[in-house]
Design a protein around this ligand. Structure first.
Ligand SMILES: [Zn+2]
Length: 194
């Protein structure tokens, strides 16, 4: 495998919600569909937006990711957490036991989640062939170098998530604090360093 193939996209995620269809029904009306802004397969940014109400601040126009999941989760940056006035743990997506909840308001209703607010731990959805090449496995923590003009940065504590298919593109997900720290606004390039 050439060096070029070891370089992957690094995508910056702004604050967003993952919701169950049940929650969507309460917020936006029975049977409301979470539709992608553009036709796509896999996970997408939907056209539906909600309001998230914290103790010190309210975020409006928060993006909802589709398709719906079987749990509710609000992902935000540590800067967002400070703004909204909450202590929020850094967790892998889906690992929400013992995390704080929050109020979400839609067009027709509102819900108060009892858990699900997290700062997402940075991670790489890694192609299994690349993982083999690098000698890493699912759940490993690696160092990832993210390149930019003026703020190239090596992040330690980056979790490897193995993709199921050998055809899957490797992509890293970081949040807006991490993107800002590395000088990447939406999409950059990264690779694993030893
Ligand atoms: Zn991800």
């Amino acid at each position: 495998m050439s060096d070029v193939e070891k370089v992957f996209d690094v995508a910056v995620s702004a604050r967003h919600l993952h919701l169950t269809q049940e929650t969507v029904d309460i917020l936006f009306g029975e049977g409301h569909k979470i539709e992608p802004a553009q036709p796509t397969k896999g996970q997408y940014l939907s056209t539906t937006r909600a309001t998230v109400v914290g103790p010190k601040h309210t975020f409006t126009n928060v993006a909802i990711m589709g398709p719906c999941r079987n749990f509710n989760q609000f992902e935000l940056s540590l800067t967002d957490a400070r703004t909204i006035g909450m202590d929020v743990p850094i967790r892998m997506s889906g690992d929400i036991e013992g995390t704080p909840g929050i109020k979400i308001v839609g067009t027709v209703g509102e819900v108060v989640l009892d858990k699900g607010v997290i700062v997402a731990k940075r991670h790489i959805h890694m192609n299994p062939l690349l993982a083999e090449e690098l000698g890493v496995k699912d759940g490993d923590s690696v160092m990832m170098k993210v390149e930019s003009d003026q703020r190239t940065l090596i992040f330690d504590d980056t979790i490897v998530r193995l993709s199921g298919s050998p055809m899957a593109k490797t992509v890293s997900h970081i949040d807006t604090d991490e993107g800002n720290a590395a000088g990447v606004s939406k999409r950059g390039k990264g690779y694993v360093v030893k």
